[in-house]
Every structure is written in C-alpha cells, then in structure tokens.
Design a protein. Sequence first.
Length: 72
Amino acid sequence: MTDLALTTTTLGERVRLYRNRASLTQRELAELVGVTAHTVGQWESDLFCPSLHNLRVLAAHLGTRPGALLDD
C-alpha cells in the first residue's frame, strides 16, 4: 500500500484519499464515525480537524493508523 502522506499535504486531503480508497461516500463515512456528512466535508476541506477520538475512529474505518492521517 502506497503511503498517501507522501503525496498529499493536508489532513483533509489524506482523509478524502483514504475515504475514496475505501470506496466510501462522505455520508457513509459519517455514519460509521457518528458525525454528519457536512462534518466530514469540513474535515476534507480543512475547515475543521477531527477530535482525537474521531481521528482514531476514522483511521480504523479507513484501514490506516491515526499517524498516517496526520502525516507522521
């Protein structure tokens, strides 16, 4: 699996790329995480960052680790 952190610059871009890789819509990911699709859109647009709890849940559903989303 390619490390997406090497090709993207923001948390929002990495969330969107991992979401697309998992073949999930914003609405589907939102339901899994327990937020609204609007919230996922705000994360992907870098308007807001997910909480630490939501970051862990996101990573689990996207098949990665929180650090990969944070570009560590």
